[in-house]
Design a protein around this ligand. Structure first.
Ligand code: OFO
Length: 171
């Protein structure tokens, strides 16, 4: 059973996850456009993961007898300076999402909503991984410089990322 405040906050988070998916889809399209297929692949996998995050919240609201309310998704940017710009924006966005998840957790604690606290734990852990991945790629991009062989090597590395659908029990 969700309080109305918690239901609203979860619906808001669902929308933020949909925006995340949209943002990474835009970055994937841009990467393809500027000839970086590995980056395009990485962002497309990220897009799919964000859709999974959104669906996880969707199912949780339903399971708890709440009402899913879909809101308009903001338009993401379609132009980026370069690969570094995309990853800096990705990190900044993930820091925003982390803050948002922590605020949701604060609300669940305040409301003594134990089920939602347990549900949100998965997202708290996930955000550590998300920011970690972005920091790692930014560090590599700093070493590689803006173009040339280094960038080509990173593109090759990012081409290897594979999307793994969530196990049924985790869905
Ligand atoms: Fe859903 O983790 Fe990124 O935004």
């Amino acid at each position: 059973m969700l309080s109305k405040t918690m239901e609203d906050a979860l619906n808001e988070q669902l929308n933020k996850e949909m925006y995340s998916a949209y943002l990474y889809m835009a970055m994937s399209a841009h990467s393809t456009h500027i000839g970086l297929p590995g980056f395009a692949n990485w962002f497309m996998v990220q897009y799919k993961e964000e859709m999974d995050h959104a669906m996880k919240i969707y199912r949780y609201i339903n399971d708890q007898g709440g009402k899913v309310k879909l809101r308009a998704i903001d338009e993401p940017p379609s132009e980026f300076e370069d690969a570094m710009d995309m990853f800096q924006k990705t990190l900044k966005h993930e820091q925003f999402i982390t803050k948002s998840i922590h605020e949701l957790m604060d609300l669940a604690i305040q409301e003594r909503d134990h089920a939602t606290q347990i549900f949100l734990q998965w997202f708290v852990t996930e955000q550590i991984e998300e920011e970690g991945n972005d920091n790692e790629i930014i560090a590599k991009l700093e070493l590689a410089g803006k173009e040339g062989n280094g960038l080509f090597m990173i593109d090759k590395e990012l081409a290897a990322r594979v999307y793994t659908p969530p196990a049924e029990a985790e869905e």
